[in-house]
Design a protein around this ligand. Structure first.
Ligand SMILES: [Zn+2]
Length: 165
């Protein structure tokens, strides 16, 4: 692979996309391309750094105006600490919930309920399990709606594919 082809393929990659093995081998072997890639990485890190000057929100006049807007109830809610529950925790708890409902009929509670109510307990238990799982799934989707929107895009027609990014 020559230098032009290697750099073209490298520059065509998305951010954080895996570098193809052919480009990697060229970068190992070619000092010029390796230096160019390193400089691009350094330039990107430099550009991604926050600017050195103070934010306009630190300005007392701007801060006072923002405080008055917040006091009037016209400000957007603070979302900095939004959604502290990770998807892994949701998945683990949901799995425990489903496993718990699946094992109830075989547990002491299940045998006691079977002794007292006979086989009629299966229908109310199934309804309670279904309602609990439905409520849990509703909470999961509702509190992670941002994830689902970014993952699956808007639910409108084919014109929405142009706005995905
Ligand atoms: Zn090269």
């Amino acid at each position: 692979m020559d230098c032009k082809k290697a750099m073209d393929r490298y520059l065509a990659l998305d951010k954080n996309e895996a570098v193809p093995i052919g480009v990697t081998l060229h970068l190992i072997a070619c000092r010029d391309c390796r230096t160019a890639v390193r400089r691009m990485t350094e330039a990107e890190a430099l550009l991604a750094r926050p600017l050195g000057h103070e934010s306009v929100a630190v300005d007392p006049a701007v801060a006072g105006a923002l405080a008055r807007i917040a006091a009037a109830g016209a400000a957007y809610p603070d979302v900095s600490g939004k959604n502290p529950v990770s998807l892994l925790k949701w998945f683990v708890v949901g799995s425990l919930l489903a496993a718990g409902f699946a094992t109830v009929p075989f547990s002491f509670v299940g045998s006691w309920t079977r002794d007292v109510f006979g086989g009629a307990y299966v229908v109310p238990l199934s309804i309670v399990c279904g309602l609990a799982v439905t409520a849990y799934c509703g909470l999961f989707v509702g509190t992670n709606i941002d994830f689902f929107v970014k993952r699956f895009g808007p639910l409108s027609g084919p014109s929405s594919t142009a706005t995905r990014g």
